[in-house]
Design a protein around this ligand. Structure first.
Ligand SMILES: Nc1ncnc2c1ncn2[C@@H]1O[C@H](COP(=O)(O)OP(=O)(O)O)[C@@H](O)[C@H]1O
Ligand SMILES: [Mg+2]
Length: 347
């Protein structure tokens, strides 16, 4: 009988799908008169072909900043101060704007936070769609309408929307228009920044479903930014959790829900209310801190119930605890591995 070294099996398991996007040691800061805000601090993760990666974390933790950095669209006074962003293996940080255009919208496209509210209320949808298409390609006038209707069809919008104004549309329909705009150039990666947050619960599900359908039909990879862990659970393949500018855990969604490894992920999962099991909601003490004044060592040290002296000296690196599963805490990684060896870590 052969024996399997569980630890090696976990650590060295091959990942089969191609990595379309790799973010490595990304650091973004906003230079403000009161100091530099470290909004993305040493963030590393990858996105595989045709997967949906959720990016979650409380407001202000750096999700939008990370998304904007990937597209090289961080607004002043923000700037990328370190790291790489690789698209199909090529680093695009620091390449000239003219070359960047080849990647932006064709390879990478963004549905910005609050996109549906930035549709111009006094311009018909057909004009705004036409502008989005014409910004990128020379299209013959006669081809424009069929092209727009095809995009409508891709996102489940009825043809009558063509002649309507944004103010005549429901929130869900406006969001679909924004999704349609994001797929104009057939990108391979779409980043959707809280695409369902401003919608009511029922419409959220419908728009989420539309996004899944678009993803399937076009075979794209996606990063879905959100803070509703419940919705994420139903949509994404893997989840990345950010806390105060750092990525604290990233892993397959079911593993993250069943066996959250990082104390902050555990808190997020426990905070999901359940109807079946009425439990007191977990209350946590401490505030997320000022990103201008990040501590030496682990970013979560002030809120962590397991904190030890060693946590306060240097920031933890990412430890692999499973296939495509990493956590930025040595203690959490050790706990996860011992659970795995005891057979308690169900994949
Ligand atoms: N233009 C800016 N100037 C200064 N600080 C900013 C600016 N934009 C964002 N920040 C700061 O960067 C941090 C991350 O913001 P953001 O990426 O928008 O977070 P999230 O999308 O997770 O809510 C926050 O602390 C925010 O205050
Ligand atoms: Mg945001």
């Amino acid at each position: 009988m052969s024996t399997i070294n569980t630890e090696n099996l976990i650590l060295d398991a091959p990942t089969d799908a191609k990595k379309v996007l790799e973010v490595e040691n990304l650091r973004v800061q906003y230079d403000t008169p009161r100091g530099a805000v470290r909004a993305a601090d040493d963030v590393s993760f990858y996105l595989k072909e045709k997967e949906i990666l959720g990016l979650v974390g409380e407001s202000g933790c750096g999700k939008t900043t990370t998304a904007m950095a990937i597209l090289q669209m961080v607004q002043s006074p923000g700037r990328i101060v370190g790291g790489q962003i690789r698209i199909n293996g090529r680093n695009i940080v620091g390449i000239p704007e003219s070359e960047l255009r080849k990647y932006r919208w064709t390879e990478l496209s963004l549905i910005p936070q609050g996109a549906m509210n930035s549709l111009n209320p006094v311009i018909k949808i057909k004009e705004q769609m036409a502008d989005a298409i014409r910004a990128h390609e020379n299209i013959k006038k006669k081809d424009l309408k069929p092209r727009i209707l095809k995009l409508f069809n891709d996102v489940g919008l009825p043809e009558r929307v063509y002649n309507m104004y944004p103010h005549e549309l429901s929130g869900g329909m406006k969001q679909r228009v924004c999704i349609a705009m994001s797929i104009v150039l057939n990108p391979s990666v779409i980043i959707a920044d809280e695409p369902t947050s401003a919608l009511d619960v029922v419409v959220q599900r419908v728009v989420a479903q539309t996004i899944l359908e678009v993803k399937e039909r076009l075979g794209v990879s996606m990063i879905m930014i959100g803070h509703d862990m419940g919705l994420q659970a139903q949509m994404v393949d893997r989840v990345a959790v950010m806390y105060a500018g750092r990525l604290v855990e990233i892993g397959p969604v079911m593993k993250m829900f069943k066996n959250p490894t990082h104390p902050y992920t555990q808190l997020l999962i426990e905070a999901i209310p359940s109807i079946k099991e009425k439990k007191p909601l977990k209350v946590t003490e401490g505030l997320t801190h000022d990103l201008r004044n990040t501590p030496e060592g682990c970013i979560y040290q002030f809120r962590c119930e397991h904190v030890e002296d060693s946590c306060c000296n240097e920031p933890p690196r990412m430890y692999q605890v499973g296939i495509d599963h990493f956590v930025s805490c040595r203690h959490a990684a050790e706990r996860a591995r011992s659970m795995e060896l005891l057979g308690g870590y169900h994949g």
